[in-house]
Design a protein around this ligand. Structure first.
Ligand code: ZN
Ligand code: FE
Length: 239
């Protein structure tokens, strides 16, 4: 094992993640919805915060940063093209760039659509997708267009199938209801939804999820064309 990842529930339904490189002891948080639960997790594990990786500029992904910075001194990484509306960046990145969390190398993928210049961080075995790809769903298309969002999801779909997807929210149960409308006969989906219900009944996060499972069950990832995707996304908006 090269790393450890902690899932940290924040606010009503957000997730932050601590990514800890075992070789060097370096720790990054992905998104900063709320400082207190992140600081508590760091303290519990005796880790210091070295980096903050921001997926996009929405308040529920950055508003915890000032309180984090009052207690820690991480470098802040975010999309160069969104620097004007992100907190002050120490490292501004573009698609294809590699950022290092200790010895762990993460590749920047532009997954615009929910917002423009939304980025995902693809590490070996783990991708942090923010509000682009969710378990059984995807983010609403606010700033980009349907074609752009479809293209972004297809980039994530091309990652190794055993990659675990760490997304920005716990929306899985609501997403499941829509997915079942779209593919009521999908046996992998039916089985997955049953497991999700059991997990949520116990308050357990349904993330991360293997990309291979998303490819079998997530209708938005299964849409083959931009047009097919657009139909699905519009239907979900009114579901
Ligand atoms: Zn968002
Ligand atoms: Fe969000």
């Amino acid at each position: 094992m090269t790393h450890e990842i902690l899932t940290i529930p924040c606010l009503a339904d957000n997730y932050a993640y601590l990514l800890h490189d075992l070789a060097t002891g370096t720790t990054a948080v992905i998104d900063a919805p709320e400082a207190a639960p992140i600081l508590a997790a760091l303290e519990r594990r005796g880790w210091s915060l070295d980096m903050v990786l921001l997926t996009h500029h929405h308040w529920d992904h950055i508003d915890g940063l000032p309180d984090l910075l009052a207690k820690t001194t991480p470098r802040i990484i975010g999309a160069a093209q969104d620097a004007h509306r992100l907190p002050k960046l120490d490292i501004a990145v573009n698609e294809g760039d590699i950022i290092k969390v200790g010895n762990l190398e993460g590749r920047i993928i532009d997954v615009s659509g929910h917002t423009l210049n939304h980025i995902a961080f693809a590490f070996p075995g783990a991708v942090f997708s923010g509000d682009s790809l969710f378990a059984l769903g995807c983010g609403r298309v606010f700033e980009g267009d349907m074609e752009m969002m479809h293209n972004s999801l297809q980039k994530l779909a091309a990652l190794p199938p055993d990659t675990l997807v760490y997304s920005g929210h716990e929306y899985t149960l609501a997403n499941a209801a829509f997915a079942l409308e779209v593919e009521p006969e999908n046996t992998a989906l039916i089985a997955r939804v049953q497991k999700i219900k059991q997990l949520r009944a116990k308050g357990i996060p349904t993330v991360p999820a293997a990309l291979s499972l998303e490819l079998e069950t997530n209708p938005f990832l299964r849409a083959r064309t931009g047009t097919e995707f657009a139909k699905l996304r519009s239907a979900k908006d009114n579901f």
